[in-house]
Write a protein that binds this ligand. Structure first.
Ligand SMILES: *Cc1c(COP(=O)(O)O)cnc(C)c1O
Length: 239
């Protein structure tokens, strides 16, 4: 075997994990009467080596989720370019410039200030930037995201920026929270969609991780962000 074959045969567990996730996603869609809908599976790449990420892309992953600006910058040139990248981690305003041309969407927008900087750089780069508004659905002090009750106002404010397009909402429901929390998020997503604001389309509800993606699908999620269940346990906490 060539070195390449040896290393990719070590990655077979990623293929097995991916098949299982696909199967569970399809199952959840059938079970919750969402068979006709598309649910995207994102591979969350924090702490994962580029070789493993590229292997996952070769198995069918089309979307990557990046948490950390510094880590992304050091790894992005090694990625198979056939997958799109979303930024999903806490983003400081002064770091937007490092990622704006390398990601197709920023999921973690939670302030007018951050959206304003994204708009400024989008204008400068002659583009529009797709974003999701991150909601701190559990009102957890340790988590970023706009408070649930302030979300609609924030969406309205951000919609004034012509070069920022809001494509939906992102949330991390607290571990072990009730299903009502997921449903509350789904209702907010539908409600904002009905408002028909300019520069706003509720196309993406990004909710569900390794431990709760089937439940999230039950409650309207159409983008699940999977790290551990795809690549295995992380060696250190990557945020
Ligand atoms: C790490 C992370 C995930 C994936 O978490 P797992 O439990 O490993 O699947 C999803 N979304 C965000 C924002 C994350 O930071």
């Amino acid at each position: 075997m060539s070195p390449l074959e040896i290393s990719s045969s070590n990655f077979q567990y990623i293929l097995e994990n991916y098949k299982e996730i696909c199967y569970n996603v399809e199952n959840a869609k059938d079970k919750y009467a969402r068979s006709g809908e598309n649910v995207q599976i994102m591979a969350v790449t924090k702490t994962v080596e580029p070789e493993k990420i590229n292997f996952a892309i070769q198995q069918g992953i089309k979307l990557l989720g990046e948490n950390r600006v510094q880590e992304f910058i050091s790894k992005k040139d090694m990625y198979d370019k056939s997958a799109q990248v979303h930024f999903i981690g806490h983003l400081q305003t002064n770091k937007v410039k490092y990622i704006i041309n390398d990601v197709s969407l920023i999921q973690s927008v939670d302030s007018v200030k951050l959206a304003g900087e994204i708009n400024r750089l989008a204008v400068k780069n002659n583009k529009t930037m797709d974003v999701l508004v991150e909601v701190n659905i559990g009102d957890e002090i340790t988590k970023s995201g706009v408070a649930f009750n302030d979300c609609t106002e924030l969406v309205k404010s951000i919609s004034e920026f012509e070069n920022v397009h809001i494509k939906g909402l992102m949330a991390i429901p607290p571990i072990g929270c009730g299903e009502d929390v997921f449903e509350k998020m789904h209702e907010l997503y539908l409600r904002i969609g009905e408002m028909k604001l300019k520069n706003v389309e509720m196309d993406i509800l990004s909710m569900g991780m390794s431990g709760d993606y089937e439940l999230a699908i039950k409650h309207g999620s159409n983008l699940v962000r999977i790290g551990t269940k795809l690549f295995g346990a992380r060696k250190y906490f990557g945020g």
